[in-house]
Structure formats: C-alpha cells, structure tokens
Design a protein around this ligand. Structure first.
Ligand code: ZN
Length: 453
C-alpha cells in the first residue's frame, strides 16, 4: 500500500483538505480519507489525472515543420500532408517506437496519466504487410509500457481515400486494410494489449465516414470496447459526406448508428446547433483537440451549447504539435470567448471555468478510454497528478482559483510535480526518470529523418 498525503484534493465530493489517498499494489485507489499516520509522498494539490483521448504518436516528429505556405495558398493542408507522406515513406518500426516513447513521456510530464492512441499506421512502406500483423501495435504497447503511461489502443480501419471509394495512394497505403484484414490485425493488437499491464484496454476505430464504408462500419461495430471515429473536422469533409450520403456527418452517424456512451467522436468542429444538441444527448464523448484544431485552422467547437446540454467532452493532443494539457483546456475556452466576445464562457453559476474544464477532462477522458478513472475515489485506477502550489504562479491558492491559475496562468505544466498512472509513480519532482535517454533516441531518429525531407 502506498499512501499519498495532499493538503487539498479534488474529489467527487468536492474540495477536501488534508486528505490521505491509499493506493493498493495493483494500482487502484483503496481508500480516500483523513490523514492518519505516515505518508510515502506528500503533495500540495492532488487532482484526478486525465487520459489524453486522441493521439497519432508518429506525427510528433513533424512538429514545427509544417508552417510554410504551399503553391496554392488556399490549400492549407498542403505542407502538412506533403511532409506526412514523406515521413511515411521512411519510418521503420524502431523509429515509430522511439517517437511514441517520447510522445508518451511528454504526455506524462504534462500531467496526463493515459493515452488513447488512434493507431492507423499498420504496414510497411508501400502498404506491404509485415510478417506479424501486430508488429506496429506491439511497438506502441512497448513504448507505452516503457514509460509507464496507461494505454487504450485503438486499431484503426482505413479502407478508402474518400467517400467515392478511391484507392489509398502513396503514404496512405501504410494505413489500409479490408475489413477482413482489419479483424486479423485487431486480434494481434488485442494480444499485444493483453500482454501489457492490467490497466491496458483495447478498443476499435473506424477512421471516418470518408475512409470507411458500411461493410467496414459493421465489422468494427461488432468488436467490444471503446469506439472512436473522426467525425466532422473540416468544411470540405462535411461537404463530401453530404454529397455522397445525403446528410452531414454528425446527422448521418446519429441517423444510422446507435451512438452511445461507448463512442468518442473526434473533432466536432463542424456541427449545426441541432447536431450539437443531438450528440450531447447520446452520452458519447466529444473528443476535442483544441491546439491541433487551431494549428490546422479547423474551426471552433460549439462548447457553450454542448456543455449547456450536459454533453461530455475530453481532450486529445492529436497531431502532437504541442503536448500541453492545461493549454488544451485554455485553448478551448479562449476559442469560445473569441467567437462570442464573452468571458468565462464555460463556467457555471457554481463552478469556475478551470474547475469545469478539469473535471470534464478527467471524467470524459476516462470514459472515452474505457478506463476506470477520472476521479479520486476508491476502486478507480490511481491516475493522479500532484501539483506544487508553493510558487509565484499559484501562491498557495485554494479551491477553484488554483485550477483557474493552472489553466490560464500559462505555467501549469511547470507546477506538475508528481504523476501516477494506475499507481505507477512515473513523474517525480516534475521529471520522468527516462527523460534524457528517451529524448536522445527521439532526437537521433528525427535528425536522421530530417536530412533529406
Ligand atoms: Zn486524429
């Protein structure tokens, strides 16, 4: 049993002072109560740690390299897509594992306890199948286990290059499977996850309505676990689905599939007011990636309306251009303020903006990951973040104002002292023990890849 003492903790009962959290050998919270006896670890502030609910780990290698304008200024995706395909012509399984390890370590240091990896890189260069269909799934599991992050692995079905069922081309061929091949790959990924720690979860992911047909959707839907799908990110995507299926993607999905709390819909930036309310009513999680959505110029989520209708949200770092948990929350809130010319857009009468966002992120992330977590309560995985408040940024503030200072003050990450993932104490004194070696391996991979890009 490990005992953590916190001067203040955010629990399902609200703020509690001088709390002892007991963590059992399996990594679950055994009890939460008053301090009585010695502690193994003491923190100023203890929060439930969120799961990062959407990541494409390999894209971290491209961070900072896609800010040039292409030949057609209206094609804003051009430099991003071009670079991604060049990387896809080069990445080896060792490279992918090294990049994923760095990404996952950065997530832990940012205060995330877990990640839902939307894993669509399945094959060798040119789409050639590996002898072991689980090759790259095993690399993701190995990277996660190596740094101790909680993992929900989401093998992705990616069939087509668009709604017109055009074949995948170039780098995309590394993603593609038929539904039958996908089911074999999913079996191999399930074996890899089962061989990992007890908190690891297998889910499934049809890539998007553009990339998966009805036969594909029904093959994936038969699988258990969390189900993630890209929903409505860009205007062109909405127009393509509308032209081919006769309805916008959110409307079409809700009309044709039983969307419920098992689902997490990624990028809900293009929804009408009716779609926003209808999706909120399903209990599904809207998987928001505000930093990446800003980077790609996708648009603004209807957060005020969605939360106003009890919609559930969680946060993901998606392209991993910048892994920063508190900044994701801030970016969502600021997008609402800029659009509406308002302040405290997502706050309620009872709770401040930071409080609303931190609790929603923890609960929504755990739900989306199929992970028993998201709250400091007995029976949950000990997914915890310990924050130092004794500094010039937080000035030992208490209650909701300390969360507002973490989210909006710009130095939240520097205050993260300890992170536990299912009881694994992976960040101590603000650092992961493998930071230097993991970064060195990552840097050598990216420098090699960068030489002739
Ligand atoms: Zn994505």
């Amino acid at each position: 049993m490990t005992v953590i003492h916190a001067k203040q903790a955010l629990t399902p009962l609200g703020w509690q002072d001088n709390v002892a959290v007991h963590v059992d050998a399996a990594g679950r919270i055994a009890a939460v109560g008053p301090q009585d006896g010695a502690a193994d670890c003491a923190v100023d502030l203890l929060l439930p740690a969120a799961v990062n609910l959407h990541s494409h780990a390999f894209q971290r290698a491209m961070s900072g390299l896609t800010e040039m304008r292409g030949p057609d200024p209206s094609d804003s995706f051009w430099t991003w897509r071009r670079l991604m395909y060049r990387y896809l012509d080069r990445l080896t399984p060792d490279d992918i594992e090294a990049i994923a390890a760095q990404v996952f370590l950065e997530m832990l240091e940012a205060g995330y306890a877990g990640v839902a990896e939307f894993h669509y890189l399945h094959h060798d260069v040119g789409g050639k199948a590996y002898g072991n269909p689980g090759e790259l799934s095993e690399r993701i599991v190995a990277a996660a286990e190596g740094v101790g992050i909680g993992l929900t692995l989401l093998p992705v079905l990616y069939q087509w290059g668009g709604c017109d069922a055009r074949p995948l081309q170039g780098g995309q061929q590394r993603f593609g499977t038929t539904p039958e091949q996908y089911l074999r790959l999913h079996e191999a990924a399930t074996r890899a996850v089962s061989a990992g720690p007890a908190d690891y979860v297998i889910g499934a992911a049809p890539h998007s309505l553009r990339a998966v047909d009805e036969a594909g959707m029904s093959a994936v839907r038969r699988l258990g676990g969390p189900m993630h799908m890209h929903l409505a990110e860009q205007v062109a995507e909405v127009e393509e689905v509308l032209a081919h299926k006769g309805a916008r993607p959110t409307q079409w999905l809700l009309d044709n599939h039983d969307v419920d709390a098992r689902w997490c819909l990624i990028h809900c930036t293009q929804m009408t007011a009716d779609e926003t309310r209808a999706l909120a009513a399903t209990g599904a999680v809207a998987g928001l990636c505000p930093i990446t959505e800003s980077s790609l110029g996708d648009g603004i989520f209807n957060g005020v309306d969605y939360l106003g209708h009890q919609g559930r949200i969680g946060f993901g770092s998606d392209s991993n251009v910048h892994i920063a948990y508190f900044d994701e929350l801030k970016t969502l809130e600021y997008s609402q303020r800029l659009r509406d010319r308002s302040r405290a857009a997502l706050a309620t009468a009872a709770q401040s903006t930071g409080r609303v966002l931190v609790e929603a992120a923890a609960l929504g992330g755990a739900q989306a990951a199929g992970r028993a977590g998201g709250a400091i309560a007995a029976g949950q995985w000990a997914d915890l973040v310990g924050v130092s408040t004794d500094n010039a940024w937080l000035c030992n503030r208490k209650g909701d104002t300390v969360l507002d200072s973490l989210v909006f003050g710009g130095h939240g990450q520097a205050c993260v002292q300890d992170v536990w993932s299912a009881g694994r104490h992976v960040v101590k004194d603000g650092q992961h023990a493998k930071r230097a070696e993991t970064a060195a391996r990552f840097q050598s991979v990216v420098e090699r890849l960068g030489q002739d890009i």
